[in-house]
Design a protein around this ligand. Structure first.
Ligand code: NAP
Length: 347
C-alpha cells in the first residue's frame, strides 16, 4: 500500500476494523475499541451517549419498555461490536466526553481537558464502556456512562458551548444535520418554497421548521402525531399551519397537508413515513429523508408506484457549519426551546 493510501485508511479508521477486513468502520460488523491511541487519533473519556431516536424506539419496543433488558441490549451491542451500532435500525447516535489524550499527528485541533461532542455517528466510533451502564435505567435516549471512544483524523467534534446544559447541547447536536439540510434545500428550491415537516414537534422537526423560516420559505406546515403535540407546536409559533396525521398513513398525511408542498422533511422516528412524504410533495419538489427509520426501497418503489416526480434526498448528518447553525437556532428561537427542553428533561 502506498504511503498516501495508508494515510487515507488511517484517517477514516479502516485500521480499527476487525470484521470484515477492508470495509469502512461504519459498514464494519466489529471494531477494535482498544483505548490505546495511534499518533493520528484522539481518545475521549465518555460521559454520556445520546442514542439515536429511531434506535432507542426500536430497542424499547423490542424489549417491551423494560429498562433492564434495554440496558442489557445496549451493553451487548457495544461489547460485541466495539461501537453502538443498532443492527436493526443501522443507526447509532453521538456522545459527549472530555478529551483525554491527543496523538501528536491528530489534525483535529483538540486539547486534553476540553469537553466535546462527537459529530460523527456512534455507528463508526470505537467505543468501550467501563461502568456496565450502572448509571442508566434504560428508559431514556440519553445514557450517562463512563468509558472511552476513539476519534480518527477525519472525525468531527465540537467543543461544547458553556452557555447551554450538556444534555441540551447533546440533543441538539445529535440532530444538527436536519436544519442544515433543510436550509440548503429551501435555498435551492426557488422563490419562497412551501415546506412540510413530518414529526414537526420533535427535536429535528422543530429545528427544521425554524431553519426553513430563516431561509425564507413560504407556507410552512407542521405535521404532528396528536392534539397534544399540535397544541405545543402551535404555541411555539414555528409553522403557519399545524395539522394532525399519522405519518405512516399516506392518505391521511396527504389530506392533512392539502395543497402539495415544494419541500417535505421527514423527521419522525418511526418506520413507514415514506409514502405519505412523497404524496404530500408536489411534482418537481424535494423530499428530505432525515429519519433513520427510512426504507430506501419503500421510498424509491413507492414514488415510482405513485408516478411521483420528486427528488429524494438522504438527510446527510454532515453539512459544513451544521453544529453552529443548530445551536444558534436553539439559542434564538423560544419556540424551538419550548419543544426541545421538555424532551431533554424527560430523557
Ligand atoms: P424525536 O425528537 O423523537 O422526534 C420524532 C417525532 O416524530 C416525535 O414528535 C414523534 O412523536 C413523531 N412521530 C413518531 N411517529 C409518528 C407517526 N407515526 N406520526 C406522526 N408523528 C410521529 O426524534 P429526533 O431526535 O428528532 O429524530 C428524528 C429522526 O431523525 C429519527 O429517525 C432519527 O433516527 C433521525 N436522525 C437522523 C440523523 C441523520 O444523520 N440523518 C441524525 C440523528 C437522528 P412522539 O414523540 O409522540 O412519539
Amino acid at each position: 500500500m502506498t504511503v498516501a493510501m495508508n494515510a487515507l485508511h488511517r484517517s477514516l479508521g479502516v485500521h480499527r476494523v476487525l470484521e470484515p477486513a477492508g470495509v469502512l468502520p461504519q459498514a464494519a460488523h466489529r471494531l477494535d475499541a482498544d483505548p490505546r491511541i495511534g499518533p493520528d487519533e484522539v481518545r475521549i473519556a465518555v460521559q454520556r451517549l445520546n442514542l439515536d431516536a429511531a434506535s432507542y424506539r426500536q430497542l424499547a419496543e423490542e424489549h417491551d419498555g423494560d429498562g433492564d433488558r434495554v440496558r442489557a441490549a445496549v451493553l451487548g451491542i457495544v461489547g460485541s461490536r466495539g461501537k453502538m451500532h443498532n443492527p436493526v435500525t443501522g443507526s447509532g447516535g453521538m456522545l459527549i466526553g472530555v478529551v483525554d489524550e491527543v496523538g501528536d499527528d491528530s489534525p483535529l485541533g483538540l486539547e486534553p481537558g476540553q469537553q466535546v461532542a462527537t459529530l460523527v455517528s456512534l455507528t463508526l466510533t470505537p467505543l468501550r464502556l467501563t461502568d456496565g451502564l450502572a448509571q442508566w435505567d434504560g428508559r431514556s435516549e440519553q445514557v450517562p456512562t463512563a468509558g472511552t471512544a476513539i476519534l480518527f483524523a477525519r472525525s468531527i467534534a465540537a467543543v461544547l458551548p458553556d452557555d447551554l446544559p450538556q444534555e441540551v447541547a447533546l440533543a441538539v447536536l445529535d440532530v444538527c444535520g436536519a436544519p442544515a439540510a433543510t436550509e440548503r434545500v429551501v435555498h435551492r428550491s426557488g422563490h419562497r418554497p412551501s415546506v412540510a415537516v413530518l414529526g414537526a414537534a420533535g427535536k429535528s422537526g422543530c429545528l427544521s421548521l425554524a431553519a426553513a423560516r430563516d431561509a425564507r420559505a413560504g407556507r410552512l406546515v407542521g405535521v404532528v402525531r396528536d392534539e397534544r403535540e399540535a397544541t405545543a407546536l402551535r404555541a411555539a409559533r414555528l409553522a403557519d399551519e399545524v395539522v394532525v396525521a399519522d405519518a405512516t398513513d399516506p392518505l391521511a398525511v396527504a389530506a392533512a397537508v392539502g395543497q402539495p408542498v415544494d419541500v417535505t422533511v421527514v423527521c419522525v422516528d418511526a418506520p413507514g413515513a415514506e409514502h405519505g412524504a412523497v404524496l404530500a410533495t408536489a411534482d418537481g419538489g424535494t423530499v428530505v429523508f432525515f429519519s433513520m427509520a427510512t426504507s430506501f426501497s419503500a421510498a424509491a418503489l413507492g414514488a415510482e408506484g405513485m408516478a411521483a416526480d420528486v427528488t429524494m434526498l438522504v438527510g446527510n448528518g454532515y453539512t459544513p457549519g451544521h453544529a453552529a447553525l443548530a445551536m444558534d437556532l436553539y439559542r434564538h428561537s423560544p419556540g424551538v426551546r419550548s419543544l426541545i427542553e421538555p424532551r431533554v428533561r424527560a430523557s
